[in-house]
Write a protein that binds this ligand. Structure first.
Ligand SMILES: NC(=O)c1ccc[n+]([C@@H]2O[C@H](COP(=O)([O-])OP(=O)(O)OC[C@H]3O[C@@H](n4cnc5c(N)ncnc54)[C@H](O)[C@@H]3O)[C@@H](O)[C@H]2O)c1
Length: 417
């Protein structure tokens, strides 16, 4: 201590006062800071308390908690979507020059959805216009969100304005139960709808391909059917809304080609089958497969001696794309010329599905064509096209698809219960 007193003793009085003042100031400033902090904390606590009270009041008043709870799964879904990059089928890169903007009417249907797959994978930009009368979003859902894909829920009986280079015009109910369900609507779709699409093609200088049908030959008296054959159609029968609808749609195409120089292509499509066809559309392929899978007798209308030829969906899609991009503007049959009687076909499906399937004959349908077989010389000559997929290969793929669909619907019935 003595050493300490001695140590300070050499400092003069003024300096000692100065040091005391500094210590004093430090003490006063520290006391003020502590006090200020105390009051800030108290203030914050007061505010938090008020916020909390407000929140409680609002939560009770507006039931926000329940609302937040409801939003949670959605937020989770968004987070999952952001984390997981969506996987799309592989798409070829096409330069600006080669990439086309393509409209597919009826693109959510059986044929349309397969065509959309092929066009997108080839690198084009595709817009689907569909009113979902017989089509399903599920058929094209694997493209939703892709930058080259657009989907419009629209009825083609009303006009639509789009900028496109090509139009594949497929929109129309295609199976007898579907087109007979509302014959006037079927006529409107094939007449007014086709006029709207031709008007669009004219405005934007797009090429239009019409998905016509072997039904334009009606119950043919010429066999096999060549494109030059004018057909044998009952204009007032139950199928007329479709048959005559397609016939006048063809007439409209060639009128627009002649008068307004619209580039048209007409595909006369024969019976086509494959995955994504409707399970209950009443057509022979789906009828037989469903009946065989459910262990029911296969219903054959009439004697079963009437013939059909069946092409697999991928063959049709190739044919449509080749025709659209060809220089040939007259109608072209796209179908498989290998002919089977309905009875042979029933036996083939029964054997492929397995099990013991009975065949039951019921009364002949009105206006049911007796023979159907395309002459495909034009397609061979002008498109270099012919079907490649053998019937049995196509049938196996289609049966596998139907089995999966049946399993899904069984599972969803269980969930409903
Ligand atoms: N599948 C065949 O065996 C076959 C044979 C000959 C011709 N075709 C023709 O091919 C085309 C496609 O047939 P599919 O078997 O895919 O039939 P589908 O019923 O599966 O597809 C037709 C699509 O057109 C849509 N559509 C119907 N009316 C419409 C409207 N007014 N506006 C917008 N969209 C509409 C439907 O919702 C559906 O998505 C049809 O024009 C049909 O006449 C098909």
């Amino acid at each position: 201590m003595a050493y300490g007193i001695d140590a300070f003793s050499f400092l003069n009085r003024k300096f000692k006062v100065f040091i005391l003042l500094i210590f004093g100031t430090i003490l006063v400033v520290s006391w003020a800071t502590v006090n200020r902090n105390r009051s800030v904390v108290a203030n914050e606590a007061r505010i938090s308390q008020r916020v909390l009270e407000d929140m409680k009041e609002n939560l009770q008043k507006y039931n926000i908690e329940t609302f937040d709870e409801k939003l949670k799964p959605l937020e989770l879904r968004i987070a999952n979507l952001e984390n997981k990059e969506r996987k799309y089928p592989p798409v070829k890169y096409l330069s600006e020059k080669d990439r086309k903007r393509i409209l597919v009417t009826g693109g959510a249907g059986f044929v349309g959805s397969h065509l959309v797959d092929a066009l997108l994978m080839a690198g084009h930009e595709v817009t689907v216009v569909d009113n979902f009368f017989t089509g399903r979003k599920r058929n094209i859902e694997h493209w939703i969100g892709h930058e080259n894909f657009e989907l419009l829920n629209h009825d083609i009986v009303e006009p639509v304005l789009l900028e496109v280079d090509q139009i594949y015009h497929l929109a129309s109910p295609a199976s007898p139960p579907n087109y007979m369900y509302n014959p006037i609507k079927t006529i409107k779709t094939n007449t007014l709808g086709t006029l709207n699409m031709l008007g669009l093609a004219k405005r934007v200088h797009a090429r239009l391909l019409l998905a016509s049908t072997s039904e334009v030959y009606g119950d043919p008296e010429e066999h096999p059917q060549r494109e030059e054959y004018w057909g044998h159609v009952n204009p007032i029968g139950p199928r007329a809304c479709y048959d005559e609808g397609k016939r006048v749609a063809e007439t409209m195409c060639y009128a627009y080609a002649k008068q307004d120089h619209v580039e048209v292509r007409v595909a006369r499509i024969f019976n086509t089958f494959g995955p994504r066809m409707h399970m209950n559309d009443g057509r022979v392929v789906s009828n037989f497969i469903m009946q065989a899978l459910e262990g029911k007798p296969l219903t054959v209308y009439g004697s079963g001696k009437q013939t059909r030829s069946f092409q697999y969906i991928s063959d049709l899609v190739n044919g449509l794309i080749l025709l659209m991009n060809s220089d040939f503007s007259q109608p072209v049959n796209i179908g498989n010329p290998v002919e089977y009687t309905i009875m042979e076909f029933a036996e083939m499906i029964s054997a492929t599905v397995g099990g013991k399937t009975m065949i039951s004959n019921v009364a002949k349908m009105e206006d049911d064509p007796q023979r159907r077989k395309p002459d495909i010389s034009r397609a061979r000559k002008y498109l270099g096209w012919e079907p490649k997929v053998p019937l049995l290969v196509g049938l196996n793929r289609t049966i596998a698809y139907f089995k999966k669909e049946l399993d899904k619907s069984k599972k969803s019935k269980l969930i409903d219960l």
